[in-house]
Design a protein around this ligand. Structure first.
Ligand SMILES: [Mg+2]
Length: 182
């Protein structure tokens, strides 16, 4: 199987590190942390300072390295498909390299890293790369991806969505699903 995997909040704890860095930035700049995400200029200022740090230091989720290694050893291919983009803020020049370094640091081997793909573009990339199964935490991506006929699991380890089908809350469930459906 060719498996597409989202990065942020799917294999790593992006929301947690963003919140942590917002607290730091707010203290440093004497701002209310709640204001930062609600103001475009403040938000951009924050990401200009912290985005590279966030991408480099975000924590990996439970079991990801082991599960991905086993999935790949069984002959499946792994494609990282992420919305991360070098155009987002000018301070992060090479999102692909930062991401590749992070994957290497966590001992994750992949076949391809595809950046700047969100919503329709992500669904299009799934088609272009003949992805058999995509795993993503974002319900908007999930809807776009299944609408174009690519199978998708909504990854929700904070159990926000609670769908009946195509729904997983940890990486061992992802592995079981792939084993059942090959
Ligand atoms: Mg995500």
């Amino acid at each position: 199987m060719r498996i597409g995997i989202d990065l942020d909040d799917t294999i790593c704890r992006t929301t947690e590190i963003v919140h942590d860095r917002i607290e730091k930035y707010a203290a440093l700049e004497n701002l209310n942390p709640l204001d930062i995400m609600n103001d475009e200029a403040l938000k951009e200022g924050f990401f200009r300072v912290y985005l590279e740090d966030i991408y480099a230091n975000v924590e990996i989720k439970h079991e990801v390295t082991n599960v991905l290694k086993r999935i790949r050893n069984r002959g499946n291919e792994i494609y990282i498909i992420t919305a991360r983009s070098s155009n987002f803020v000018s301070t992060v020049k090479n999102v692909r390299n930062i991401t590749a370094e992070w994957l290497k640091k966590h001992d994750i081997e992949v076949d391809e890293i595809i950046v700047a793909s969100y919503g329709d573009k992500k669904a299009e990339m799934c088609k272009k790369y003949h992805i058999d199964l995509m795993i993503d935490d974002d319900p908007y991506n999930y809807k776009k991806i299944i609408a174009t006929g690519t199978k998708c699991l909504l990854f929700d380890d904070r159990e926000k969505y609670n769908l009946k089908d195509d729904y997983v809350t940890n990486w061992l469930q992802v592995e079981k699903y792939i084993e059942r459906n090959r």
